[in-house]
Design a protein around this ligand. Structure first.
Ligand code: ACM
Ligand code: ZN
Length: 560
């Protein structure tokens, strides 16, 4: 009798608990919306649900097709567009004062779904939220969307990722996969690190050797980049082999269009005056020594090399260097319509310039006190060119040294101090402190993780808790902080699987940090939402992620 009672109670608890879990599982949107009110009831989405928008609006038609395509992945059917009768999902563009350019309102009732926004970007983000209310995996069951009212907009206008494709090259298929992931989490900026010492990755028609020579290097098995990367298998011969790749201009344009359709701006980075070993292997006449050299291979780490043998910097005393770089930017600006162009500026080894008579003459002619001021001269000269073409200059925080170019925007990577100094000078700032926003570092620690950059352990929680507003800035000064971005440097990341693992789940964590109002952020809720929807969706799609916070029973079992 007692036993039976216990069983009844157990069953009751089981159902009650199941019910509560189900109620919680209804909506697991990341980033957490600014305002979301769940209501009773569901909208049942089926193949007769029409997507409606103002006929003739091509942008909304494209979003309708995009959403329908996603429905077909989950449910196996597409949705009709602008059918007169029946239930609908409506996209409406209208002036709304209470949400900004990227904001939206999503309203779900049993009879209709309505997404309203000021712009196409807002409708796109409303759709991303809606997609995350659908099942995370393919299903034959009816699609139930919980009734709700969402009013949402981002905390920061700049929500970015930097990806290094020089140290290891990734195909445009992989770039598009990453753009899709960024879009799902409402990130809007892709900073594409296209050049570095170890490889030049963009076709430049006027200077074909940049890719003929600069995109390929002789790789040495067992060298520092690969040493402990568990995903890497050495060629059987153990002999050096050619590694590389590049994007044609057509491919780069395709990426720009793909990203733009997902509200993502692609910002190209062409490194100068340092980190330029690959370009100088192709065109040694623009280095200080002008000696022929090879593209540095992966024995190079953070510019540790013998400067007598290999040049990593452009010569700042040679006018033809500037003309060469301007020609490159000219072609670049046709491919990339972004308001900003990133010119690098980090980690310049000034010893080349100290020994170069041309650079020293430039310093004398221009009354420059030291090599820091020569770097500043270099960047200012490039800024003039960009401004004359209606583009703005973006650079790493070293561009502060020797004096900031007049309207430069600074990406603060060596902590926040560069960002703070730039904001105090009235310059715009993007926060990307390596601790905790460099995703080439460990997520929990060296134990059980592939070899990674050391320095700090950039855990999920530390990434989640990152706030781009430093205490050192007054509220008037914080207006210069446009937002933040994480970075993935790929010295030690040689496969797509490894790249995904470094990205996830840290990218949704920074996405929430950059989107959601501070008072709505909650790490435990974030982890629960990851488990209720996101881990499951990635797993179904075969996308790798770091499993520390994954609570699935199968995973627990596999760890025992
Ligand atoms: C950097 O990490 N050198 C920008
Ligand atoms: Zn020089």
């Amino acid at each position: 009798m007692i036993k039976n009672n216990d069983r009844a109670i157990c069953l009751l608890l089981y159902f009650l608990f199941g019910f509560i879990l189900q109620a919680q599982a209804q909506v697991s949107i990341i980033p957490q919306p600014a305002s979301m009110e769940l209501k009773d009831g569901y909208f049942i989405l089926d193949e007769n649900t029409s997507i409606r928008f103002k006929p003739g609006n091509r942008e909304l038609a494209a979003l309708g097709a995009y959403f329908s395509n996603h429905i077909s992945e989950v449910a196996g059917y597409t949705l009709p567009l602008n059918k007169k009768k029946g239930k609908s999902i409506r996209f409406v563009l209208e002036r709304m004062a209470d949400v900004g350019a990227e904001g939206y309102k999503l309203s779900v009732s049993p009879s209709a779904i309505l997404i309203k926004a000021n712009t196409r970007a807002g409708i796109f983000y409303g759709l991303q939220s809606l997609l995350q209310t659908l099942p995370a995996v393919r299903t034959n069951q009816a699609l139930q969307v919980p009734c709700m009212e969402v009013t949402d907009e981002p905390r920061f206008g700049w929500r970015g990722m930097m990806l290094d494709v020089s140290r290891h090259f990734y195909s445009i298929e992989t770039i598009k996969e990453f753009i899709d992931l960024l879009a799902l989490y409402k990130m809007n900026t892709f900073h594409w690190h296209l050049t570095d010492n170890e490889g030049w990755r963009l076709e430049i028609k006027k200077y074909p050797k940049l890719t003929l020579v600069g995109a390929w290097r002789q790789e040495i098995p067992g060298s520092v980049f690969y040493k402990q990367d568990s995903t890497y298998k050495e060629p059987l011969t153990g002999r050096p082999y050619t590694y590389g790749g590049y994007y044609t201009q057509e491919q780069a344009k395709e990426v720009v269009a793909y990203a733009s359709a997902r509200n993502i701006t692609v910002i190209p980075e062409i490194e100068m005056p340092g980190h330029s070993g690959a370009a100088l292997a192709a065109y040694p006449e623009f280095s200080c020594t002008q000696h022929p050299q090879q593209v540095p291979n992966s024995t190079l780490w953070n510019g540790v090399t013998d400067p007598a043998e290999i040049s990593l910097n452009y010569c700042a005393g040679n006018d033809s260097t500037f003309l060469f770089l301007q020609d490159i930017l000219k072609e670049l600006m046709v491919i990339f319509p972004s308001a900003y162009i990133h010119i690098g500026g980090d980690e310049v080894d000034k010893s080349y310039w100290e020994k170069c008579p041309r650079c020293q003459k430039r310093m004398a002619d221009e009354n420059l006190e030291n090599e820091e001021e020569l770097q500043s001269y270099f960047i200012r000269r490039m800024e003039k060119y960009l401004l004359a073409h209606n583009r703005k200059l973006l650079g790493w925080d070293e561009i502060l040294e020797g004096g900031l170019a007049p309207s430069a925007t600074v990406v603060s990577w060596r902590g926040e101090k560069g960002g703070i100094a730039a904001a105090k000078q009235g310059h715009n700032v993007i926060m990307s402190p390596s601790d905790p926003l460099y995703f080439n570092r460990y997520q929990a620690g060296p134990e059980g993780e592939p070899f990674a950059a050391k320095y700090s352990i950039n855990t999920l929680e530390r990434v989640y808790n990152y706030n781009p507003y430093p205490e050192a800035l007054s509220s008037a000064e914080t207006k210069y902080v446009l937002g933040g971005q994480f970075a993935i440097w790929t010295e030690f990341i040689s496969s797509v699987e490894h790249l995904e693992y470094m990205l996830l789940p840290r990218m949704p964590a920074i996405a929430e940090a950059l989107w959601t109002p501070l008072e709505k952020k909650d790490f435990e809720s974030f982890v629960n939402r990851l488990n209720q929807w996101h881990f499951i969706a990635w797993e179904q799609q075969g996308i790798r992620f770091h499993p520390l916070y994954y609570k699935s029973r199968t995973h627990e079992a596999s760890r025992k």
